[in-house]
Design a protein around this ligand. Structure first.
Ligand SMILES: *Cc1c(COP(=O)(O)O)cnc(C)c1O
Length: 467
């Protein structure tokens, strides 16, 4: 037998490479404020990467140098306190550090057999989220890659359970429908497309799914093929929390699956001041909350919770002879069995570590700080000439209109703010019209930073485009 020589040369401990990478991580962590960084041009990036991967090895210093000098500056820092676009990210120090532990040992979290300690700790973190939502003690779930993966996996369960129930009741196959609002996240329509369910869309008046809009649309509709209702606890565009009680009532009366998409807004329940807005969430059959959004965990981490995880297990478990060994114990629920996946990173551990290290009060304060920033921004907008607040913020998103501005003006403002490293901010649309949008997530964002991004808007209409 002839073995290739030095086949493990990639796997030997290399103290100088470790020092190199650790030094970089330390430097990045020590920055008082992460730079926003900027956009990248494909040609320049391709030039920087040219020839880097070859048959022969390269010095780690050279490769890290390319990353630091040519790549990292073109990756916008979602963890900058000046990042107000999309949904920013602000992972805690503890979560970021523990993410390195997960990476350093290639920790996985598939099953009790393979990773009991990781599964138990992840479950402890999931319990915090489930308890906050008022789900029963037997509820449980799994950390998936994000809200999209969670919504898809939940809707698979809703669909298959409905199919089984309908078959048992002797109902023949037909196209099944799910009730959603016109503000549901894009991942919901994507998931419905994948699982081949039709959307029964409820038009909302002001972005909120409420008892009236449900009544209006559903009272005259044929509901015989409806199997589920999806409500949103914190729309991504505007931070609106649907009337979850009303959605829960329809679900109970019609025996539909009740799914709550709280990917962004779920953490708002940590604030006792707004907890009542989530009333009804405790009736959900499944809930999605993204720790990589307002639970201050690093990417990628979404939490999927089921009222009865055994239903999900029966549907999602993958069967293969080599996997039988992880299913011999039928009492414990394996994370792999609760969503559409098999191998999975123990991605709940950074959140678990951070929840324990920081305590829940710190989480409450950080979330309430984001809400307070949104209220501060709303107040400034109300006081500023030419600016118009579109709705009172409930969570940490603020929508506003700049009188006289077209889409191009908002785009110019966005570009200028990035160029000056004052903010990363992108416009959106509201009721068909381009508008400004600010999202606050980072507890290191200051009121002064908000003043800076709003300042250029206070100039006379028209003067902005000329800058
Ligand atoms: C962000 C978001 C999603 C999608 O989550 P990803 O983690 O980006 O996949 C779904 N629903 C809502 C309400 C969201 O805010």
């Amino acid at each position: 037998m002839k073995f290739p020589p030095h086949a493990n040369r990639m796997h030997r401990f290399d103290p100088s490479m470790m020092a190199l990478v650790f030094d970089y991580m330390r430097e990045r962590s020590e920055l008082a404020e992460a730079p926003i960084d900027g956009l990248g041009a494909r040609q320049a990036l391709e030039q920087a990467l040219e020839g880097l991967i070859a048959r022969e090895p390269k010095d780690p210093r050279e490769v890290l140098g390319v990353y630091v000098d040519s790549l990292s500056g073109t990756i916008l820092s979602a963890d900058s306190p000046r990042y107000y676009a999309f949904i920013p990210s602000a992972p805690t120090e503890a979560a970021t550090m523990f993410d390195m532990v997960v990476s350093s040992a290639s920790l996985q979290g598939c099953s009790w057999l393979e990773a009991a300690g990781a599964v138990a700790a992840e479950n402890q973190a999931l319990r915090v989220l489930a308890d906050l939502a008022g789900m029963p003690p037997e509820s449980g779930g799994v950390f998936v890659s994000g809200g999209s993966a969670g919504n898809l996996s939940a809707l698979v369960v809703a669909r298959d359970k409905a199919r089984q129930d309908r078959q048992a009741r002797g109902i023949g196959p037909s196209r099944l429908k799910v009730v959603v609002s016109d503000q549901a996240h894009s991942s919901i329509s994507s998931a419905l497309n994948i699982v081949d369910l039709d959307a029964l869309i409820i038009p909302t008046r002001d972005g909120r799914l409420d008892a009236e809009s449900l009544q209006q649309r559903l009272s005259a509709a044929d509901l015989s093929d409806v199997i589920a209702i999806v409500a949103t606890a914190g729309t991504t565009n505007a931070g609106i929390i649907d009337d979850l009680e009303a959605a829960a009532r329809w679900a109970r009366d019609e025996r539909w699956w009740f799914h709550v998409d709280a990917a962004y807004g779920g953490a708002g329940m940590l604030s006792p001041r707004i907890r009542h807005l989530y009333a009804g969430i405790e009736h959900a059959d499944s809930i999605v909350m993204d720790p990589h959004k307002w639970w201050f965990a690093p990417y990628d981490c979404g939490a999927l919770l089921y009222r009865n995880p055994r239903i999900a297990k029966a549907i999602h478990t993958q069967h293969a002879s080599y996997l039988d060994v992880i299913h011999q114990d039928d009492v414990e629920l394996n994370p792999s069995d609760l969503a559409y996946h098999l191998t999975r990173r123990a991605r709940g551990l950074p959140l678990w570590f951070s929840l324990a290290v920081n305590g829940l009060d710190a989480y409450r304060d950080a979330v309430e700080y984001g809400i307070a920033l949104a209220q501060y921004a709303a107040e400034r907008i109300r006081q500023t000439e030419y600016l118009e607040l579109l709705r009172d913020p409930v969570l940490s998103v603020v929508l506003f209109r700049r009188r006289g501005w077209q889409k191009a003006d908002y785009d110019a403002w966005s570009r200028a703010m990035l160029q000056e490293q004052v903010a990363f901010v992108t416009p959106t649309s509201w009721q068909g019209e381009p508008v400004g949008r600010l999202v606050f997530m980072h507890p290191s964002t200051t009121p002064e930073m908000i003043d800076e991004v709003l300042a250029p808007l206070a100039a006379e209409p028209g003067s902005q485009t000329s800058r």
